[in-house]
Design a protein around this ligand. Structure first.
Ligand code: SAM
Length: 304
C-alpha cells in the first residue's frame, strides 16, 4: 500500500501565503466572504490547497481545447485549478445554489468558459450538457461521497460506448477507490471492480489524508484515473454484465452453481459453456470470466 501524502497546508494558512496565480482571493476567504459553511448533508469537504487541485487537474493530461465536466464545484477550488492548468471550458453541476456568487467570480475571470448548472448531478443529462462542445471532454471531480458510486456507475454504464468522455479523474473515499481497482481473490473485489476494469483502465493516482479537506471527513481519500477501453472484451452487454455480477457477488461466499440460480435456471450449464467450474466462487473469477458469462447469456445459450 502506498504511503499517505504528508499533511496538507491550505493556501491561505500556509507558511508561504503565496497568492493564488489566478488573482482571485484564497479559497478560505472565498468561503468566508460568500458564507459557504460546509453542509454535511451535501458531502461538502472542500479542498483549499491549489497545489492539490492543480495536481488533480494535471492528471487530465493535455488541456488544450479540452472541456471538463465537473460535479460539485462548491467554492470552486478544482474549477480554478482546471482553468489555471489550461482547460478551455468547464461545465459544472452543483446542487448548492449558495455557491453561485463564488462561481460567478470565476466565470467573470474566464468569460464564456464556465457553464455552471445548479441541479442534482444524479438527474443530469450529460450529453445534453456538452452538446455544444467541440474538442475532447473529460470528467474531473472531488465527488460528494454519498452519491459518488452512483455517479460512477452511471458514467461507466453509459451507452453508446466508447463514451462521450475520454478520461475521468475522480476523488473517492479510499475504501471505494480500493474496490474499483481490486484484483480477484481480494476482499475488496466486487461488482464495482468488474464494471470499472471491463470498460476502463483504472488506477489510483493519489492518496489524500482526511486533513487535506476542510472540514476533514472521517475517512481517507484517493483519486482514481479511468481511461475508457474503446472495445471492452469479451464484448457483452453492460446491463447483462451488471446482472451477472449482482447475482454472483450478492452471495459471494456461495459456489457459483448456487449463487447464479437467481439468474438462470441451470447455472451448471452456463458455467460449463464458459469453462468455469461450478464450485468456483465469485471473488475468484476474472473480469474476463464475468464478461464471458454475460456474453453467453446475451447469445441466449444459457441453459435457462
Ligand atoms: N469541488 C469542491 C472542492 O473540491 O473543494 C467541493 C467538493 S465537495 C466534496 C462535493 C460538492 O458536491 C459540494 O460542493 C456539494 O454541494 C456538491 N454536491 C453534493 N451532492 C450533489 C449532487 N447530487 N449533485 C451536484 N452536486 C452535489
Amino acid at each position: 500500500m502506498k504511503r499517505p501524502a504528508p499533511p496538507i497546508r491550505d493556501d491561505a494558512a500556509s507558511g508561504t501565503r503565496s497568492a493564488p496565480p489566478d488573482g482571485l482571493p484564497p479559497l478560505r476567504s472565498v468561503i468566508e466572504d460568500h458564507e459557504l459553511a460546509a453542509k454535511r448533508s451535501l458531502g461538502q469537504n472542500f479542498l483549499l490547497d491549489l497545489n492539490i487541485t492543480r495536481k488533480i487537474a494535471r492528471a487530465l493530461g493535455d488541456m488544450r481545447g479540452r472541456t471538463v465536466v465537473e460535479v460539485g464545484p462548491g467554492p470552486g477550488g478544482l474549477t480554478r485549478a482546471l482553468f489555471i492548468e489550461g482547460a478551455e471550458r468547464v461545465v459544472a453541476v452543483e446542487r448548492d445554489a449558495r455557491c453561485a456568487s463564488a462561481l460567478n467570480q470565476i466565470a467573470d475571470l474566464y468569460p464564456g468558459r464556465l457553464d455552471a448548472h445548479f441541479a442534482d448531478a444524479l438527474e443530469a443529462d450529460w450529453r445534453a450538457l456538452i452538446r455544444a462542445t467541440q474538442g475532447p471532454v473529460s470528467i474531473a471531480a472531488n465527488l460528494p461521497y454519498n452519491v459518488a458510486t452512483q455517479l460512477l456507475v452511471g458514467w461507466l454504464e453509459t451507452e453508446p460506448w466508447p463514451p462521450w468522455y475520454d478520461r475521468m479523474v475522480l476523488m473517492f473515499q479510499r475504501e471505494v477507490a480500493e474496490r474499483i481497482v481490486a484484483v480477484p481473490g481480494s476482499k475488496a473485489y466486487g461488482r464495482l471492480s468488474v464494471l470499472s476494469q471491463w470498460r476502463t483502465r483504472a488506477r489510483i493516482i493519489m492518496h489524500l489524508p482526511a486533513e487535506a479537506f476542510t472540514p476533514p471527513p472521517k475517512v481517507a481519500s484517493a483519486v482514481v484515473e479511468f481511461v475508457p477501453i474503446p472495445l471492452p472484451q469479451p464484448a457483452c452487454n453492460v446491463k447483462t454484465l451488471a446482472r451477472v455480477t449482482a447475482a454472483a457477488f450478492g452471495q459471494r461466499r456461495k459456489m457459483l452453481r448456487q449463487s447464479l440460480k437467481g439468474l438462470v435456471a441451470m447455472p451448471e450449464l452456463l458455467l460449463a459453456q464458459a469453462g468455469i467450474a461450478p464450485t468456483e466462487r465469485a471473488e475468484r473469477l476474472t473480469v474476463e470470466d464475468f464478461a464471458r458469462l454475460a456474453l453467453i447469456l446475451d447469445r441466449g445459450a444459457d441453459g435457462a
